[in-house]
Design a protein around this ligand. Structure first.
Ligand code: ZN
Ligand code: ZN
Length: 104
């Protein structure tokens, strides 16, 4: 489990809704946290999965962790996995891959 910068952020990120499994379908959902990329985004409710990545927490103002998106692709490439073509390993579908030893 990722620890978020403040309680407001945690409650928004973890806000479950019993009517919508997907936060993009839920009009009450504001923030989406991508565990695999460590990215925070504001949900744009245009019927798709659009989001605006944010660098600072709207509630406490703290800088959010750096995005790991580039590293995610690098790590998969190092394993010879093409995320568009191949099956992405389970640990790469959430934040578990970040615990794997970093190689230079
Ligand atoms: Zn909802
Ligand atoms: Zn915060």
């Amino acid at each position: 489990m990722t620890t978020h910068c403040c309680e407001a952020m945690s409650s928004h990120v973890n806000a479950g809704c019993d009517q919508h499994d997907d936060p993009f379908d839920c009009p009450d959902a504001l923030v989406h946290f991508s565990a695999k990329f460590q990215e925070y985004g504001l949900i744009v409710h245009d019927g798709g999965t659009a989001g605006i990545t944010i660098d600072f927490c709207p509630w406490c103002g703290r800088r959010l962790p750096a995005s790991q998106r580039d590293r995610w692709f690098d790590e998969l490439e190092r394993r010879g996995i093409d995320p568009w073509e191949d099956e992405v390993p389970v640990e790469f579908q959430d934040d578990r891959w970040l615990a794997s030893p970093q190689q230079e």
